[in-house]
Design a protein around this ligand. Structure first.
Ligand code: AQP
Length: 387
């Protein structure tokens, strides 16, 4: 059964249908190109997470929980701790280093298995930066200034780092360096993926077929979990409000306190209405995704509870669901030797794949096989003449 799933692309059918419905993606991904891609490139799934803080419920329900599922149904999966992306916002070096180790421990505690996945730290494979330079030379500034994340994040800044502007180019390099065919993304990342598709297409036309056309695997939960303090915004590692997110490894008393303080409204009933009642609806959606029940089922079960009582009930559910992750995390985080070993082995495996793509790119764009091979030929010619 498992091998049938592995050998087919059926698991991606629903995500592909979603991507097909996006006009621009459709243009890039003609059915013909897709079929050709399927023949040329084996399925490889790749995604990343920034070590900008502790993994929260939004990251887990929107991404990491799905990663664990992909790992179980497909053998070629690559997860990256994208520290190079993280430094596009100011980071304290000591904290960044700690976060990388803590995120590694949390991912393993969530079920990422290094024997089934490649898990590595982005900056330990320098070819990400090298390929990003190549792609940066093929990308225009108007195209980059259209990227929504840049617009959103730069709005708040007086001095905008260049890295924030070129972030999507590095993301393109992350994806294409591994010839990833599928990329789990939130809907907010669709345009970044379109840039990766555009770059792949541009490169393939100019230098010959080199990269697959990466397709999004859209998780409907991505970006859906909102801040507990500002329910109009997504739950975020870098929020200025301390009680806005629940981290997977938060102790029970913290989870209880933060949920108790979650912003709701003056209606005491528990209903699901994200437009009119974003605060309580966010709690319902967290509950619903965690328990694999529909929001309606959650509201039906909560009948008779006011929002204050419901928050305490939800806190118990969240604490119990996260307990195994927290306990495993505590064991792992006290074993930095093992965590470093996991990252090192992930780096070795990632480097192997990346080196092959990077040599191919270098040779196609004229970075290798030039001076060196000519010199070798000249030497050979001289040798033959003198003999
Ligand atoms: N609130 C969310 N709900 C659902 N999914 C979410 N993701 C992030 N926030 C939510 C998904 O988590 C994955 C990893 O995200 P990331 O670390 O690469 O960056 P991000 O999306 O910018 O997440 P944060 O927590 O908001 O980080 P900061 O504060 O550093 O920008 C992605 O797949 C994302 O969709």
């Amino acid at each position: 059964m498992l091998s049938t799933i592995r050998n087919s692309r059926s698991v991606f059918a629903s995500a592909n249908r979603l991507s097909k419905s996006t006009g621009a993606l459709n243009r890039c991904n003609s059915e013909k190109a897709r079929k050709k891609d399927e023949a040329n490139y084996p399925v490889r799934i790749l995604s990343g997470i920034q070590p900008t803080g502790a993994i929260h419920l939004g990251n887990y329900l929107g991404a990491v929980r799905e990663w664990v599922r992909y790992q179980e149904i497909h053998e070629d999966v690559v997860w990256s701790i994208v520290d190079m992306h993280a430094i596009t916002a100011p980071q304290d070096p000591k904290e960044l280093q700690d976060n990388i180790i803590k995120i590694t421990a949390t991912l393993l505690a969530c079920g990422i298995d290094p024997s089934k996945s490649i898990l590595f730290q982005q900056s330990s494979v320098p070819m990400h930066a090298e390929l990003a330079w190549v792609f940066g030379s093929m990308t225009t500034m108007p195209r980059l200034s259209q990227q929504p994340q840049f617009k959103e994040k730069s709005e708040k800044l007086k001095d905008i780092p260049l890295g924030l502007f070129t972030y999507p180019v590095l993301q393109t390099a992350d994806i294409l360096l591994y010839k990833a065919t599928h990329v789990p993304v939130g809907e907010d990342q669709i345009q970044h993926l379109q840039l990766a598709q555009h770059t792949a297409q541009f490169f393939n036309v100019k230098y010959g077929n080199t990269f697959p056309m990466p397709e999004p695997l859209i998780n409907k939960s991505s970006g859906r979990i909102k801040s507990l303090r500002e329910p109009a915004k997504k739950m975020s590692k870098s929020s200025e409000y301390k009680k806005s997110s629940i981290n997977l490894v938060d102790p029970p008393e913290v989870i209880r306190e933060y949920l108790k303080k979650a912003v709701t409204d003056f209606t005491s009933e528990v209903t699901y209405d994200p437009a009119e009642r974003p605060g309580v609806s966010n709690l319902v959606i967290i509950h619903s995704i965690l328990t694999d029940k529909s929001p309606q089922e959650i509201c039906d079960e909560a009948q008779g509870l006011n929002t204050g009582q419901y928050k305490l009930h939800l806190a118990d559910v969240v604490i119990e669901k996260l307990r195994p992750i927290r306990e495993r995390y505590e064991e792992l985080v006290n074993d930095p030797g093992y965590l470093n070993e996991v990252l090192k082995s992930g780096t070795d495996r990632a480097t192997e794949i990346a080196s092959s793509s990077w040599s191919e790119v270098k040779s196609k764009i004229g970075f290798s096989g030039g001076i060196l091979s000519r010199t070798a030929k000249e030497v050979e010619r001289k040798h033959v003449t003198s003999v």
